[in-house]
Write a protein that binds this ligand. Structure first.
Ligand code: NAP
Length: 479
């Protein structure tokens, strides 16, 4: 902790906010203040933008191999410092150390993946159908980007954007979530050490997100917004981006259905449910929010899931043997409590959990609710906590209709041993990703993203870099 930077990172230098303001970073396991970091205002954001704009042209001309090797070095440094970074993440965000280590590996992998993509940006040359003209296609970086990230994956949400931006030759202003600024600052220090030129990445930590970001989006110099966060804020930022016609990528909220058919292997389904629900204490956009279980297996599935959930150890993420850390803050926990209370009032049975423990920290126990009324608020709200809400269904058409009956479409989980059914149901689900007999879809080599109000664009995979590139077409007559 002592070496972690706490200042703004602008033009390759660590600086205080112009007015000297700072903001506290809390440990969600104790509620105590860990440290203070610089609290940027609009003036600081402008300086960060200036640095990004100034660095853009030269950075765009840098050899792809050079950009690739910076990412590769940063990947290696992250992996070497896994323990240090995991402790930092756990202290500011709460997730158990084992999960934090997993996130460090996941986050680093985006750098390795995009180090490999940086040298594969291609173009094209073709004779057009009329035979009189050639088309020469090249790809160039979109320009200075504003990257806005949430608190739930403090390292990976940053690397998932910075990796392709560096690979494509874009400069950046990164604004991390105020709850978890330390991981982003540590990442900036690593990239500097790996040789990233000054001004290519700038980090502004702030408690005034709106005041800091809006002028950048409306000002016309930022050419790209890549945002991960809630749908409500995504909608606001899309409107702000419209004025200067800023290109956008939006990774927004989810409301994932988790469907267990009567022919499912229940061992796989319960294992999958534990991952899809409990990864990151349920604080994930990919978290299973609605469990639809066929009437013939709902009793058995609920009993087995409740047994597994009830056996998890809740406590501070730094303690050995802990499976479930605290939620991010009191507001997040209060929302989970209200959603559970509403479901119970409407007749849900609590199979396990459901009671907030006494004492410090933002802990909430793993909870399973069965017989949930479809009118319950948690059916159309991201729970963002360790609560599995089980509903019953009778046939395939019905469950697909109910699963799709939401404005979101990030991910769905399908458990069945029938290949035809698996493919048929997956094709009919209105989602960007499907986990077939698995509760984990995230992988840096696969395109991550949603449809409907879950977002626009994809991160990761072969297409992740496209979000940061523009085509230029040269018309060349055939002489
Ligand atoms: P959030 O409230 O939308 O905040 C996300 C980020 O946006 C934070 O850095 C936040 O800073 C910033 N922000 C808020 N208002 C802003 C404004 N007016 N202008 C510029 N920036 C602004 O979301 P969150 O609570 O941090 O994260 C949870 C949400 O993220 C969930 O909905 C989850 O599903 C979604 N998520 C999606 C994905 C995905 O890939 N689809 C991945 C992870 C999380 P402040 O906190 O200071 O406002």
């Amino acid at each position: 902790m002592t070496d972690t930077p706490t200042q703004l990172f602008i033009g390759g230098a660590w600086v205080d906010a112009a007015d000297g303001a700072t903001m506290p970073v809390d440990d969600p396991a104790t509620g105590e203040i860990l440290c203070h970091v610089a609290d940027a205002g609009p003036k600081d954001a402008k300086l960060a933008e200036d640095a990004a704009v100034q660095a853009q042209e030269e950075w765009a001309r840098t050899a792809p191999r050079v950009r690739s090797e910076i990412l590769r070095r940063a990947y290696e440094i992250i992996i070497e410092r896994t323990d240090e970074l995991a402790h930092l993440m756990t202290s500011e965000m709460g997730k158990p150390l084992a999960e934090a280590r997993g996130e460090v590996a996941y986050a680093a992998e985006f750098f390795r993946w995009f180090s490999e993509e940086a040298v594969r940006i291609d173009g094209g040359l073709a004779t057009l159908p009329d035979g009189r003209n050639r088309m020469l296609l090249s790809r160039r970086p979109v320009g200075p980007c504003l990257l806005i990230t949430p608190w739930n994956f403090p390292l990976a949400m940053g690397t998932r954007k910075i990796g392709p931006a560096v690979a494509a030759g874009c400069t950046m202003v990164l604004k991390p979530a105020p709850q978890t600024p330390l991981s982003s600052l540590a990442l900036a220090a690593i990239l500097k050490e790996a040789g990233l030129p000054d001004g290519v990445l700038n980090v502004v930590t702030t408690s005034h997100a709106g005041e800091v970001c809006e002028p950048l989006l409306r000002g016309g110099r930022i050419r790209k917004l890549s945002f991960t966060g809630s749908t409500a804020i995504g909608q606001l930022l899309l409107a702000q981006s419209a004025q200067a016609v800023v290109r956008t990528s939006m990774e927004l909220g989810g409301n994932a259905p988790f469907i267990v058919f009567e022919d499912a292997d229940l061992d796989k389904a319960v294992d999958g449910a534990m991952v899809a629900k409990m990864r990151n204490m349920g604080e994930a956009c990919t978290a299973a929010n609605r469990f639809f279980v066929h009437r013939s297996v709902v009793g058995e599935f609920g009993r087995r899931l409740a047994e597994r959930m009830g056996a998890l150890v809740v406590g501070p993420g730094t303690r050995d043997g802990v499976d479930v850390g605290p939620l991010i803050d009191r507001t997040g926990r209060a929302k989970v409590e209200e959603l559970v209370a509403d479901a119970v009032e409407r007749g849900a049975q609590v199979l396990v959990g459901g009671r907030t423990p006494e004492g410090p920290g933002c802990f909430y126990p793993p909870t399973v609710l069965s017989g949930v009324d479809p009118a319950s608020r948690l059916m159309d709200t991201e729970i963002f906590g360790p609560v599995a809400a089980i509903l019953t269904f009778d046939d395939e058409d019905e469950v697909i209709r109910r699963a799709n009956d939401t404005p979101w479409g990030l991910v769905g989980y399908v458990f069945t041993e029938g290949l035809d059914r698996a493919l048929r149901v997956s094709e009919r689900l209105e989602v960007g990703m499907v986990g077939l007999n698995t509760g984990l879809v995230s992988n840096p080599a696969a395109p991550f993203g949603g449809v409907k109000q879950s977002g626009l664009g994809r991160e990761g995979g072969r297409v992740g870099i496209d979000e940061f590139l523009e085509y230029q077409y040269l018309a060349v007559p055939v002489q």
